[in-house]
Design a protein. Structure first.
Lengths: 335, 235
């Protein structure tokens, strides 16, 4: 998603006027530019006034620690939460949760913070953590801007299941199993191994140094992966998939896309075997990759390539209403 | 036979011994003759009885019974041919324990029920949410911050809803558009985006508006606009 901030509009107007000033300075007198600049700052196209509001910020912080056993799994269900999961060397599971309420009226912020409820308990082998908003019947809805923040520390072999609805998620160094189900919540993974199962709707997925059996189901979400190892099965709908680089341990890469463009950037493209299919789309690849065309019609294109090596990773990509791009180098990095 | 032989035969017969059967033989013969006479009456009465044909299922049932008897007989034959084995002594010991006096069995049932109850309690204790380790501690902190954001003035999504819906309706009914391979896909995409926009709006109601939510709403609105342009181009 592109950075977009309504607050930029005023400065944008100012910069535009400055640029215009340089090119048209011969036309208008200096005083007129000053008047226009002040006008631009005050009344931009969004109608944003440069007035500031003082917000009272109440933060409620909760901490809890559980003894860890090998059979335990952590289940987190966040709502409007920024969740950070990391590992440590202790045989403990540590939860630090912050709820934040912001409002121009301090009493309102103080009252609204209590509307966010929280559960952290162990039931059999599962440690459940959850936040949600609950208001007594008849009571007014919270007027403050509310959000949650989780910092969860687990041993690296502790399986984690994270469900997040609006917010963000960042996960590092997990080694055994990670499952994610997110909606409107971008997720970032780094150095995660083992069984990785991600399902995301309206939330971009990014991963770096992933290794294991990786399954990704992305809907209206872009997927960006870097330095990948292991086996991958990716299904993307209405979102692009970008594999920025593969590592020596890549075994299989299967991607299915609908209304999605698929990009594979890797300097060792010749080392892989390919079966690429584009329905109502095109396939682009370097000229030295001698693909065999199995089908080449307006509606469908299908190509194959097998390297000379005995063992090689198989790359299978099928898209409908999308294109496939194979390149040695990511053009963004080249720039 | 000639007349001459007749005399010879007569002489021979006269010389043969006379044998008188025992009296009971004559009595027996008399009873048999009487029985036949009685049965004549019985047979005559039976002949006068009306004919009666039994229902066919009776015969079927009789046939089944006969077959079952035959099968049972075959089973018995087969069983009789089976080898016989003597069970080990400990089997009888186990059987003896099973058929021990009723009083002892009642005691054991009580013990078993008590054990089951204890196991249930232990299970409930184990499965019940545990308040283990450190209890939940809540601390509060207070801060102030300033913001320039005035989101009310940029809540312009939904302004063109009616117009967009009109375009979608026209696309839905357009005969040329209906022939497109992506026809259904575009319509489902529209429904998907509409649902997503409603979800974001609900979230804004519950948690308040912030930059992230407004950006998400803007992205959806941009995708909706792009989709509408795609639909219009096909009409």
């Amino acid at each position: 998603m592109k950075n977009w901030n309504p607050l930029f509009s005023a400065s944008r107007t100012f910069r535009a006027l400055q640029a215009g000033k340089q090119s048209l300075s011969w036309l208008f007198p200096k005083l007129l530019w000053i008047v226009l600049t002040v006008y631009g700052l005050g009344f931009s196209d969004n109608g944003l006034m440069a007035q500031t509001t003082n917000l009272h910020v109440i933060t409620k912080r909760l901490e809890k620690t559980f003894k860890y056993r090998e059979t335990y799994e952590v289940n987190i269900e966040g709502e409007k939460a920024d969740v950070s999961i990391e590992t440590w060397n202790k045989d403990e599971i540590s939860l630090t949760v912050e709820f934040i309420a912001k409002h121009p009226d301090k009493a309102t912020a103080q009252s609204d913070i209590e509307a966010i409820k929280y559960i952290a308990e162990r039931v059999r082998n599962k440690i459940y953590v959850r936040n949600y908003i609950s208001v007594p019947e008849g009571a007014p809805k919270p007027a403050s801007n509310l959000s949650a923040r989780y910092v969860v520390k687990v041993p690296e072999n502790c399986p984690v299941y994270l469900k997040n609805y609006f917010g963000t998620a960042n996960v590092i160094n997990l080694a055994k199993r990670f499952r994610y189900q997110g909606e409107f919540s971008p997720v970032g993974l780094e150095n995660v191994q083992g069984s990785i199962d991600l399902s995301s709707r309206f939330g971009d997925v990014s991963g770096k140094r992933l290794d294991g059996n990786v399954t990704i189901n992305a809907r209206r979400s872009n997927v960006t992966l870097e330095e990948i190892k292991g086996r991958y099965s990716i299904e993307a709908n209405y979102g692009d998939v970008r594999i920025l680089s593969a590592s020596a341990g890549l075994l299989d890469l299967n991607i299915t896309g609908t209304k999605s463009d698929i990009f594979l950037f890797d300097p060792r493209l010749l080392d892989y075997g390919y079966t690429l299919t584009a329905q109502h789309g095109s396939i682009y690849f370097p000229s030295n990759l001698k693909m065999e065309f199995l089908k080449n019609t307006d509606e469908i294109k299908k190509v194959e390539f097998q390297p000379r090596a005995e063992y090689y990773p198989n790359v299978t990509i099928s898209v409908t209403f999308g294109d496939i791009y194979l390149e040695k180098e990511n053009p963004d990095q080249r720039q | 036979m000639t007349e001459q032989n007749r005399t010879t035969l007569k002489d021979a017969l006269s010389r043969m011994p006379v044998y008188a059967p025992p009296a009971k033989c004559w009595q027996e013969i008399g009873r048999e003759l009487d029985k036949d006479a009685r049965e004549d009456t019985l047979h005559a009465a039976l002949n006068e009885l009306p004919d009666y044909a039994p229902p066919s299922q009776n015969w079927a049932r009789i046939a089944e019974t006969l077959e079952a008897d035959a099968a049972e007989q075959r089973l018995k034959d087969a069983l009789s041919k089976l080898p016989q084995y003597a069970p080990p002594a400990e089997t009888w010991t186990a059987i003896e324990q099973e058929i021990r006096p009723p009083a002892r069995r009642i005691k054991l049932m009580v013990v078993a029920r008590a054990a089951a109850a204890i196991a249930l309690l232990v299970g409930l204790w184990w499965a019940w949410p545990q308040q283990e380790a450190a209890p939940l501690r809540a601390t509060y902190s207070y801060d102030q911050q300033t913001t320039n954001a005035q989101f009310a003035s940029i809540e312009d999504w939904g302004q063109a809803d009616a117009l967009m819906q009109k375009a979608v309706d026209e696309f839905r009914e357009d005969p040329v558009a209906k022939q497109l391979p992506a026809y259904e896909l575009l319509l489902s995409e529209w429904a998907d985006l509409k649902g997503a926009q409603e979800e974001v709006a609900k979230m804004m109601e519950r948690y308040g508006k912030d930059t992230q939510l407004i950006r998400q709403m803007s992205e959806i609105e941009k995708e909706r606009s792009s989709l509408i342009r795609e639909m219009i181009a096909q009409i």
